[in-house]
Design a protein. Structure first.
Length: 336
């Protein structure tokens, strides 16, 4: 049976849009917090039983229309030989950042099945435990966002070192981006083969680049990703990409993920015939329940029922009340 999410991605006529929440698995649910205390971050990700358990939590607790596999975008640098650690409160750290061509040359790309096989195992297990009631979404970071972390070695406000790497060492940057892109294509295909019905690519730091730099450096990589994965439903989420969502849509048959900084009705006007996903401001889930209901219904009106996936415009905030998330989900599920 084809799920609501897959219908919306294919552009089939649906009775209501499907709904899920970015970062629904590992962030705000109390049961996740318990596992967080008991197991280190990468243990949770690399143990299929734990990853599957976490991925299924929002399906059980909230009744979302899709499970996103519990993992992180930073498993890719790690797989390429640039190790990543995650300390509570401190965020990600990459103790051996990539700063020169020599550093790039030390990286090794193995088949995803070899270096990231634990994600396949987690997807397969999650699919079978959900007994196909809802689909599983796979994901990866976009090459630019992954390069940001690999070059900086940690989070950054302006990604100065990453941007300078493009300008000051274009050959090394180009080689690194190609390596990440190849790994990402192989990795997303592996996730699809393991049972992910759709995959989302997160370009969380797209806004750090000017439109012209994004166009020159990143759009050719997006073209390569989209054409290599033409047979797999793909959601492109480029947060604050100043090249514009119409440009992203012109990549081909992709769903376009919207961040909350764009008016939904305007997004629909700019991108009339692609599936759009988004884009309630995550902070709206701190409003009273009536306001959440009204804003959510307005969002459905603005995006339209067809070719729409309702979501937040960025990850759910860790302090969000579970009840509020449930009101958001139920409003979409009860929409007629
Ligand atoms: O629903 C889910 O949580 C699914 C799994 C998921 C995680 N990270 C788990 C995680 C997903 C889809 C991501 C994506 C991700 N990771 C992005 C892109 C999405 C976005 O928000 O823009 C980025 C930029 C990262 C990198 C990353 N990982 C950062 C910056 C941090 C620290 C702060 C944070 O966002 O939580 C992480 C850690 C991380 N990834 C945690 C989780 C559950 C928190 C650590 C923990 O729970 O112990």
């Amino acid at each position: 049976m084809i799920t609501l999410l897959e219908q919306a991605l294919q552009g089939n006529i649906v009775p209501r849009p499907p709904v899920w929440i970015m970062r629904q698995a590992g962030r705000f649910l109390p049961k996740y917090r318990e596992l967080q205390e008991r197991y280190p971050f990468f243990t949770r990700i690399r143990t299929p039983e734990l990853a599957s358990q976490i991925s299924r939590m929002p399906v059980d607790v909230l009744g979302v229309d899709a499970a996103i596999i519990f993992s992180d975008i930073l498993v890719v640098p790690d797989a390429l030989g640039c190790p990543v650690t995650m300390e509570a409160g401190a965020g990600p750290r990459l103790p051996h950042p990539i700063r020169t061509m020599h550093d790039v040359e030390q990286l090794v790309r193995l088949p995803a099945a070899e270096s990231l096989g634990y994600v396949s195992d987690a997807i397969r297990l999650t699919r079978s435990e959900l007994s196909d009631s809802v689909p599983v979404i796979g994901f990866a970071g976009a090459p630019w966002t992954i390069l940001c972390y690999m070059v900086e070695g940690k989070g950054s406000k302006d990604w100065e070192l990453a941007k300078r790497f493009l300008l000051e060492q274009p050959q090394a940057a180009s080689r690194l981006l190609d390596l990440i892109t190849d790994q990402t294509i192989d990795y997303l295909r592996m996730q699809h083969q393991a049972g992910a019905s759709a995959v989302q690519v997160f370009d969380s730091w797209a806004a750090a680049l000017s439109p012209s730099m994004y166009q020159t450096w990143m759009m050719p990589l997006w073209t390569r990703i989209v054409s290599s994965l033409a047979d797999i439903p793909l959601i492109v989420y480029a947060r604050g990409a100043h090249v514009g969502i119409d440009n992203i849509a012109s990549l081909g048959s992709v769903a376009v993920g919207l961040d909350w900084s764009i008016e939904a009705a305007q997004a629909r006007m700019l991108v009339p015939s692609h599936t759009l996903q988004g884009n309630l401001d995550p902070v709206m889930l701190f409003a009273d329940h009536d306001t959440i209901r009204k804003t959510t219904i307005q969002l459905i009106h603005d995006l339209g029922v067809q070719r729409t996936i309702i979501n937040l415009g960025h990850g759910i905030l860790p302090t969000t009340p579970v009840d509020a998330a449930r009101v958001f989900i139920d409003t979409v599920k009860n929409y007629t």
